[in-house]
Design a protein around this ligand. Structure first.
Ligand code: SF4
Length: 363
């Protein structure tokens, strides 16, 4: 039997999870079930954040990149030992390193004019009933703010770092959605509770590449491509003076190729980042009005009430509209096979964590 316990701290991720599917909240935050291996976006996002954190604490660009990549290595030594996946992991490491290097280059001028006042700052504040003004005796709101900075014009801002696969164009839905994003409001409340008179939020986003390593021609010692016939013999041009440089399936001529190495792919990515930095990086101020903060307080109170009622009644309704809508839910296999945590062992591929709010861990 997996013990059901609910931490008194509610985080924004938890709130968002509860709003997506209360059963998912139960599995994740009450039972503490996680998949054995972090999903790729989470893993990359965490490593990228470690590099930004190191930089925010005063380390130079190179040591910060190393901090991110080293953390990547130590997270999954067993996966690196597995040859089948080693190439994929090396590419992931390379992407993190190149994105961070590009980031430090892209924002070096602006960052030199900003002052980091605090980095990876945890906060815990009461969840207040907006009608009575009383604080919940059961729950608090906890979070960790990436950075609190003084902007070049002197204002104090909460700075949020994100990685995304979405379009970052100024008119994209990515930015429109942030107008109503509750995490931003919650973090403003958190920063103020810590004594920082935050006036705005600086949202800082890096877009993950859509490219991946490709197949490239094998070159000989002179840098020439190699074309072979059906017998594996290297082929010359028709006049016999040069080595042929292109394959032809109809003639049975094959251009020899090999997979691009992680480092070669990284070089190509760096070239692309330098050519179009605004595709990869964007920063925008997301203003917060009093009405936004008020709405966040109301939402928070009501979400806490819903979680509390489910917990008291030991009933956590499924929202099956969320199972496969935006990618497959991590608990799909549990839900669709009738997994009962009270009577059944946890299937392979899942684990129980005691720390349900890993994002709050202070390293
Ligand atoms: S699989 Fe569906 S019902 Fe089950 S936790 Fe995920 S979203 Fe909820």
């Amino acid at each position: 039997v997996i013990p059901a316990t609910l931490d008194h701290r509610i985080t924004n991720s938890q709130r968002s999870c509860a709003m997506t599917c209360l059963r998912k909240h139960f599995l994740s935050y009450v039972l503490g079930i996680r998949r054995d291996e972090d999903a790729k976006p989470l893993r990359m996002g965490s490593a990228y954040h470690l590099g930004l954190e190191a930089h925010g604490r005063g380390q130079g660009a190179d040591p910060s990149v190393l901090a991110a990549v080293a953390a990547y290595d130590t997270r999954a030594p067993e996966t690196f030992a597995n040859d089948e996946h080693a190439a994929d992991w090396l590419v992931e490491r390379e992407v993190v390193a190149r994105l961070l290097t590009g980031y430090f280059w892209r924002w070096s001028e602006m960052d030199a004019q900003m002052q980091v006042l605090a980095c990876e700052v945890p906060f815990e504040i009461p969840i207040v009933n907006p009608a009575s003004g009383r604080s919940s005796r059961t729950y608090t709101l906890a979070g960790k703010i990436d950075k609190i900075v003084r902007l070049p014009d002197g204002r104090i801002a909460v700075m949020e770092h994100k990685t995304t696969g979405d379009d970052l164009a100024p008119e994209s839905d990515y930015w429109r959605r942030l107008r109503i994003d509750s995490q931003i409001s919650v973090y403003m409340l958190g920063a103020r509770s810590l004594g920082f008179e935050a006036e705005t939020v600086l949202y800082d986003v890096a877009r993950k590449p859509t490219t991946s390593p490709r197949s490239i021609p094998v070159l000989d010692a002179d840098g020439l491509k190699i074309v072979v016939d059906a017998n594996g013999e290297r082929v010359r041009t028709k006049d016999g003076k040069r080595w042929r440089q292109s394959g032809d399936a109809a003639e049975g001529l094959t251009l020899q190729s090999r997979p691009e190495t992680a480092a070669e792919y990284g070089d190509r990515l760096t070239t692309d980042i330098a050519a179009r930095p605004d595709w990869y990086y964007a920063r925008r101020e997301i203003p917060r009005l009093h009405s936004d903060l008020d709405e966040a307080r109301h939402d928070l109170w009501h979400t806490a009430q819903i979680i509390h009622e489910c917990h008291l009644g030991c009933r956590w309704p499924k929202n099956t509209s969320a199972c496969i809508g935006f990618g497959r839910c991590g608990f799909f296999d549990l839900c669709t096979t009738g997994f009962d945590p009270a009577t059944m062992p946890l299937p392979e591929g899942f684990k129980i964590v005691t720390d349900r709010h890993q994002e709050l861990t202070v390293e």
